[in-house]
Design a protein around this ligand. Structure first.
Ligand SMILES: [Zn+2]
Length: 262
């Protein structure tokens, strides 16, 4: 498990691919329902991941990802039951897990845990220790080009009165600039949004640095540099420990991010 020193006061972890029951190419802790893995294995893997962190499955809300920039808010002052926060699960009742349709969420609800899944996109964890708010984002190139990390900061400000200076951020394992050659479509998306893409050039090819790109967006949003912990850990270079969509040519699993106030 990957943990962040800056986030010690909140319950959180980013998982690896170890400790599950899935067989290649999903070996072994595949948490992705969207993969072609057998569903009962994904259900068991999700149970193992969540329970290994001491969290009940009934306390988890999981993002159904679409590479958008919507941020879902879970607010304790609403005094709503967990089930009312989420899209009802219409099939496979034994999943015992609730979903929300977004790539990011923020919450100040005690005992509620946010779960997102990854295989190269950037896991970003947020906490405002003063206000007792946590957040999580799934930032691929599309989300990064549209500023999803900044959308989370904005949502925490708007919904909870958070000051970016009070926020601590963890940037988890994802594909690094060492392995992430990109084409014109990706750079055009940044040009269109007006956000900076931090890139490396070598031998006529361009690689995108999603870590630094997201970090710069967060700094511009007012987060203090000493409050960002960037692991700079490449999933594609470390495919023994993490799933990597690029390194494994799309046939791979998903590892998880879990965060909550605890
Ligand atoms: Zn790499």
């Amino acid at each position: 498990l990957i943990r962040f020193d800056l986030l010690q006061t909140v319950a959180h972890a980013v998982g690896t691919r170890h400790g599950g029951i899935s067989t290649p190419p999903y070996d072994t802790l595949n948490l992705g329902y969207g993969t072609r893995d057998e569903e009962y294995r994904v259900v068991e893997n999700r149970r193992r991941f969540v329970e290994s962190l001491g969290v009940a499955r009934s306390s988890v809300v999981a993002g159904r990802l679409s590479h958008g920039t919507q941020v879902r808010t879970f607010r304790s002052s609403d005094h709503r039951s967990l089930n009312s926060y989420v899209t009802p699960v219409r099939s496979v009742s034994d999943r015992r897990e609730a979903f929300f349709d977004a790539d990011a969420a923020v919450s100040d609800v005690p005992e509620l845990f946010l779960l997102l899944t990854f295989a190269d996109c950037v896991p970003i964890l947020f906490a405002d220790r003063r206000r007792g708010v946590v957040g999580a984002a799934h930032a691929g190139w599309r989300g990064t080009a549209r500023g999803i990390a900044v959308e989370v900061v904005r949502t925490m400000r708007r919904e909870f009165g958070s000051n970016p200076r009070d926020m601590v951020i963890g940037i988890g394992p994802s594909i690094g600039p060492c392995c992430y050659e990109v084409g014109g479509e990706v750079l055009a998306a940044f040009a269109q949004s007006g956000l900076e893409a931090v890139t490396r050039q070598s031998n006529g090819s361009t690689s995108l640095d999603l870590w630094t790109t997201n970090e710069r967006q967060l700094l511009e949003a007012g987060v203090a540099p000493e409050n960002i912990e960037n692991k700079r850990l490449c999933t594609s270079c470390n495919v023994d420990d993490f799933f990597s969509h690029r390194a494994e040519h799309g046939a791979t699993g998903r590892f998880g991010l879990l965060i909550g106030r605890g």
